[in-house]
Design a protein around this ligand. Sequence first.
Ligand code: AHG
Ligand code: MN
Ligand code: MN
Ligand code: MN
Length: 332
Amino acid sequence: MNGDYLTRFLIHEQRKSPNATGEFTMLLSDIATACKAIAHEVNRGALAGNLGIAGSENIQGEAQKKLDVIANDLFIRSLEWTGHLAAMASEENDEIIPIPPAHAKGKYLICFDPLDGSSNIDINLTVGTIFSILRAPEGRDNPTEADFLQPGTQQVAAGFCTYGPTTLMVLTTGNGVNGFTLDRDVGEFVLTHPNMRIPEETSEFAVNMSNQRYWEEPVRRYIDECLKGKDGGREKNFNMRWVASMVAEVYRILTRGGIFMYPYDTRDVNKPGRLRLMYEANPMSFIVEQAGGASSTGRRRILDIEPNGIHQRVPVILGSKAEVERVVSYHR
Ligand code: AHG
Ligand code: MN
Ligand code: MN
Ligand code: MN
């Protein structure tokens, strides 16, 4: 299996389920194409005039970067015509994105963050794309926002790409997690990281420390113990990382373990966290759980949340199981 092209890997998986029509395989393959196109634009950077701000604001209240807009357009254009989707939802679009009447509709819904970590674009750090696939309700010609509001446990697949030193795709279809590296000469993703598992022994935490004064007591306590290490409350010393690209943090955790959090904070009662449930928290939680880790808001499993809107935000604490469970236990 190691060394297989993504398409071959997907067809191999498809053959395991006798009723599969191949539609899902084709959808994932089209997503891979969209990510390759985005990787190309990210890579061209200033050469293509792709850096800097777009001059617009999204519904999240963020100033959009040019590449937020480019990646969003590329993702939509690459997938709207394929016939595999019934509708889409993006971090960058206020409303759900219908399939234009000229194109056939399919049985899946997709939620995506076209460019994650976009504050890192102009400083040439890793950014990425995150996606989550849900089933569209049967017999509904024009899905509504309500049709997207399914808990994360209903995801059929989730994945992300990182555009860093190499372009990688990490994918789960509910049967473990596999990582693929883009071979630019061939133009294909190649299975390089089969069956990724989050190491259980870990001593690395990732959190934006500048928000410390807004945290709740349980998170303060956990981070405080990490900072003190062997000199206070823990059996080991901890190291800290903060990339400000969730894709890079989750990839690191899949590779060498650790805990990542963007916890509940008291700044704005309407925003009980920074990260978005449908585009970030759910797909990443699915991947992390499938790799043997855990993911929680501190009070409940993220994948069990009944969403109340496509742009809903939630606190996120994910990574190595024992560490996540420790933070959760402090919330009780
Ligand atoms: P996006 O670029 O898609 O808006 O997401 C950024 C997210 C996430 O990737 C990262 O973990 C976090 O926001 C960074 O937040 P800070 O700028 O507060 O560190
Ligand atoms: Mn954003
Ligand atoms: Mn993001
Ligand atoms: Mn984004």
